[in-house]
Write a protein that binds this ligand. Structure first.
Ligand code: NAI
Length: 251
């Protein structure tokens, strides 16, 4: 039995990396997938993912939509409800980093990271709760980070955005719990994607790897499995939590 038969899931920023792994995982479990990408250069990868999902036997559609733009999120979710009929699951995955020491960080760098990582979660959550309230159920999953819990030198904007996601997640869980809408966050550790190209090799990579109790970096699939759990009824009594998926790095 598949875990997400007849469910409709949104995944933001899914043309590559963790978002792609999540879209495929939820699709494998029977969910129809509406996903976003932002830049023209990702259109090819988005098309490929659409085809992979369709080959799994689920309905899938890519939308070009900037998660940091409120109006674009509004029309995206309206389009999804028109096309797919409802929204059961929303995975707010889109994110960027523009790391710099505070002494050198520009207001533009700060604002870009806060807008793409945190305001995007407000933009999307505000839209998806309407169809979820109508359906009297829903699961919202926000991609935080271990850095939002521990902080990191050179990552103040990223850490602030990811810590903000945890506070937002808990607040929405309290606001929406009585409507049977759950809201949780995932805090990944070091996951090998384009965002973390510096993990591929060298002394720095070895230093990071040796600090992880499970002895390896994570994969998109590791995060996708946790997302599947939070998206499905297996987690029906879990809300307002930030689940660390980091190989034990947070201890
Ligand atoms: P990635 O850079 O490979 O993927 C991010 C995706 O978000 C890309 O497809 C990008 O086009 C999309 N995106 C960026 N800005 C967007 C916008 N304004 N609107 C819509 N889409 C947008 O990075 P990765 O590693 O897959 O990260 C996914 C999420 O996981 C991010 O939120 C990231 O902060 C978080 N994360 C990643 C970790 C890692 O070690 N890779 C660790 C902790 C959290």
């Amino acid at each position: 039995m598949k875990l997400l038969t007849d469910k409709v899931a949104i995944v933001t920023g899914a043309a590559r990396g963790i978002g792609e792994a999540i879209a495929l995982k939820l699709g494998e479990q029977g969910a129809a997938i509406a996903f976003t990408y932002v830049s023209d250069s990702s259109a090819g990868k988005a098309k490929d993912l659409e085809e992979k999902l369709t080959a799994l036997g689920v309905k899938a559609k890519a939308y070009q939509s900037n998660a940091a733009d409120f109006a674009q999120c509004e029309s995206f979710v309206n389009d999804v409800v028109k096309e797919f009929g409802k929204v059961d699951i929303c995975v707010n995955n889109a994110g960027i980093s523009k790391d710099n020491l505070l002494l050198r960080m520009s207001p533009e760098q700060w604002n870009d990271v806060l807008n793409v990582n945190l305001t995007s979660v407000f933009n999307m959550t505000k839209q998806v709760i309407r169809p979820m309230m109508k359906a009297k159920s829903g699961s919202i999953i926000n991609m935080s980070s271990i850095i939002g819990i521990t902080g990191n030198a050179g990552q103040s904007s990223y850490a602030a955005s990811k810590a903000g996601i945890i506070g937002f997640t808990k607040s929405i869980a309290k606001e929406m719990g009585s409507r049977n809408i759950r809201c949780n966050a995932i805090a990944p550790g070091f996951i090998e994607t384009d965002m973390t190209g510096y993990l591929k090799e060298g002394d720095a990579a070895e230093k990071y790897r040796s600090s992880i109790p499970l002895g390896r970096f994570g994969s998109g699939d590791d995060i996708a499995d946790a997302t599947l759990f939070l998206a499905s009824d297996l987690s029906r009594y879990i809300t307002g939590q930030a689940i660390s998926v980091c190989g034990g790095l947070n201890m």
